[in-house]
Design a protein around this ligand. Structure first.
Ligand code: ADE
Length: 236
């Protein structure tokens, strides 16, 4: 899989890309990640990439010109054309199903926003999808792009040592349950004991217990998590 990242801050990715799982996957040729600096496509002596919003309002917006020129350059560097994903808090909220959908593509172009966001014509001009990693505002799309790359890369066959483990992750199996509690040694930690069933060696009982725990954990989590967007919907 090829992932191209367009950003004003390519240096932010250095440590992340070299990191253990992704670094190894890149070395093994399972995923290729390339970085492009949007400012290289800006014009004028100041290489301006942002400007004030028409109609007034706070902050600065990313101008469409440098981003679209950068995207056109990057698309021409490889084939097939990649899916263009703009990272922005107003985008479609990412979940594991969304990650699986992205992982099935051959090539992604992730565009990191900054300041107050993108001029709306970027999306229109290039037919982009907009993705948010959650209902909060980051100071830029770079951290969001790292989240996407990390979550997508671990679904690429061969990236995880144990192919089974992605299938058993929270949100991955039937019903998209979260995982229940897990334990390792010691059996007794400060008087807290590992549930007896896990030490029983009875695999059917263990599986039934795990399923029950996953259901309970999923229910507890839904009860503790407010319905996304509920606050906004209750506004007049
Ligand atoms: N840029 C700023 N906040 C973001 C978010 N929540 N998701 C994706 N990109 C962002």
């Amino acid at each position: 899989m090829l992932i191209d990242i367009l950003t004003l801050f390519p240096d932010m990715f250095t440590g992340f890309l070299a990191g253990s799982l992704l670094g190894a996957a890149r070395q093994r040729g399972l995923v290729d990640v390339r970085l492009f600096d949007i400012r290289d496509f800006a014009e004028g002596p100041h290489r301006q990439v942002d400007d004030r919003p028409f109609g007034g309002g706070p902050g600065m917006l990313l101008m469409p010109g440098p981003i679209v020129s950068c995207l056109e350059h990057v698309q021409a560097q490889a084939s097939p054309p990649g899916s263009v994903i703009l990272l922005t808090p107003g985008g479609r909220r990412l979940d594991q199903e969304g990650v699986e959908n992205l992982a099935a593509r051959e090539r992604l172009l992730l565009v990191c926003g900054r300041y107050e966001g993108f001029d709306a014509r970027v999306s229109q001009a290039v037919g982009a999808e907009e993705v948010s990693i959650g209902d909060y505002v980051l100071s830029g799309g770079e951290v969001a792009a790292m989240v996407v790359v990390d979550a997508v890369a671990r679904l690429i066959p061969g990236v995880l040592g144990d192919e089974e483990s992605a299938r058993h992750d929270s949100f991955s199996g039937p019903g998209r349950l979260v995982e229940g509690p897990q334990y390792t040694r010691p059996r007794d930690f400060r008087g807290l004991h590992v549930p007896e069933v896990l030490l029983s060696g009875d695999h059917r009982r263990i599986e039934a217990w795990r399923q029950e725990q996953a259901l309970a954990a999923t229910r507890r989590r839904s009860a503790a998590t407010p319905t996304p967007g509920a606050a906004r919907r209750s506004q007049p």
